[in-house]
Design a protein around this ligand. Structure first.
Ligand code: FAD
Length: 438
């Protein structure tokens, strides 16, 4: 087994999550996050990295190492991790529920944290005002700003680029990001004690993977529009799941259903790192929100359901208490939800967990580096729970991809993304989830 030890190795081997922690650690005059030729956020080298720089990044980078959470006093679910608190729920405020990707739970909890002065600001991302496909880091201090950042952004995002600036401010924050972003922040907490003191709440959403920006361009092109002429783009939200929405600069509007976007003939490429992800359900976070799909014929339905419902998981005592306090204060509404319902609804994520071990084995067999996973039950899930069919599919898929070099990406010195030059592999998401590792 080989673990990548240098930033260049992490990026070229397709192990970078694109979070931007390396820029935060070393400064943008050394590494700067930029859109790579593959259409992902990747560090671009501005100055040569010293050995000390590489060491500092490796201590935090989830492409190098990801260690699951400390035990919280209950046996973790073998696929879904520890659920100290499990419920279905939604924001009580209609605007938050409407604007939210699902039921607006993450938005409502963030608003609660700020309005109750439990933190000074929320570190979260939102769509850039100048580029509808780009995202920017925000330090939101008001309900209005938080609601304006609601919704899921499927594409390049680097939410951790300004963590050190936040810590240097001496203020207290909550962070919202993908499970891998939170894992990286937890890594940083091991070497920088300010993280636990100043970022007491870490919130995550379920994540089936992040596609390249070319996915979004392809959605736009399918409507016969030029990505350069787009003023507004949303994958979902404003309803549940809400239509994919495109508005051109000239004011033409296009909409299509969630299933037409994710399960039609969409051509997109998922980050390779997402295909070998060991935690799509935010095991490192304090509180997690996902889709609590309505089940039809034993399967999650993505029909428009109007008002959204989230699954809400408290992973830590602090997260479980946070959910309870947000309910008590009237920000959240919750109802019972069982592990058995969870298992039926999100077997796509269980399949992912069962497959990782075999994907990593294929990387080892093809002499490719991989992240070091600990305390995430990867081997256990692969050995005990994966069928032989699943094992073979996962191993073979990654083996062939790796032999063909399709896990590889351009390095940290490479140029920026150019619209016409994207690689467009056909990837079909697993039914039931979102852009999952195929
Ligand atoms: C890439 C991606 C993949 C997903 N895959 C799944 C899945 O497989 N199954 C599932 O049930 N749900 C998935 N979701 C989550 C789902 O879309 C909702 O985000 C989740 O249910 C929370 O809903 P909410 O209404 O509480 O969120 P909201 O209240 O709308 O809050 C969403 C928060 O997430 C932040 N955010 C949005 N996009 C990103 C991003 N790319 N990186 C970092 N922060 C971001 C926003 O700033 C906001 O704070 C995915 C989301 C993303 C972004």
């Amino acid at each position: 087994m080989r673990v990548a030890e240098r930033v260049e190795d992490i990026v070229t081997s397709g192990l970078c999550t694109g979070c931007g922690m390396c820029e935060s650690l070393l400064g943008s005059d050394t590494l700067r996050m930029d859109l790579s030729p593959e259409g992902f956020m990747r560090p671009r080298q501005i100055r040569t990295l010293s050995k000390a720089d590489e060491g500092a990044v490796m201590q935090a980078c989830a492409g190098h190492r990801q260690v699951g959470p400390e035990p919280v006093g209950i046996e973790p679910h073998r696929m879904f991790g520890s659920c100290l608190h499990l419920a279905k729920g939604h924001a009580t405020a209609p605007d938050m529920r409407f604007e939210g990707a699902t039921g607006g739970v993450l938005t409502a909890v963030a608003a609660f944290l700020v309005e109750e002065k439990l933190v000074d600001a929320i570190i979260q991302i939102g769509a850039s005002d100048s580029d509808p496909f780009a995202n920017e880091v925000r330090f939101n201090t008001t309900r209005e700003e938080i609601v304006a950042s609601a919704g899921s952004r499927y594409g390049p995002v680097a939410p951790l680029t300004q963590v050190h600036a936040a810590l240097d401010s001496g203020k207290r924050f909550a962070f919202i990001g993908k499970p891998c972003d939170v894992a990286t922040l937890r890594n940083l907490a091991k070497t920088d004690p300010r993280v636990d003191r100043q970022i007491p709440y870490m919130l995550a959403m379920f994540c089936g993977g992040s596609p390249s920006v070319s996915a979004t361009h392809n959605v736009v092109r399918r409507f016969g529009e030029d990505p350069r002429e787009i003023a507004e783009f949303r994958y979902r939200g404003r309803g549940w799941p809400g239509p994919t929405f495109v508005r051109t600069r000239k004011g033409t509007v296009h909409r299509q259903s969630y299933d037409d976007t994710w399960f039609g003939d969409l051509t997109f490429e998922l980050m390779f790192r997402c295909k070998i992800c060991a935690d799509g359900l935010g095991e490192h976070a304090d509180l997690v929100g996902g889709d609590c799909w309505v089940m039809e014929d034993g399967k999650p339905s993505h029909r428009e359901m109007g008002d959204g419902w989230n699954i809400v998981i408290g992973r830590t005592t602090r997260g479980a208490e946070l959910a309870a306090k947000a309910v008590e204060a009237g920000y959240l509404h919750e109802e019972p939800f069982t592990i058995a319902e969870f298992e039926k609804m999100h077997d796509d994520h269980a399949l992912k967990k069962r497959s990782v071990f075999w994907r990593l084995l294929a990387l080892t067999a093809t002499r490719q580096p991989r992240p070091r996973y600990e305390r995430l039950r990867v081997a256990e899930a692969g050995w005990r729970n994966a069928s032989w069919r699943e094992r073979w599919a996962a191993f073979q898929g990654t083996f062939l991809r790796s032999v063909a070099g399709r896990n590889r990406e351009s390095g940290i010195g490479s140029g920026s993304f150019v619209l016409e030059e994207t690689r467009n592999d056909i990837e079909k998401p697993a039914r039931g989830g979102e852009p999952h590792a195929a």
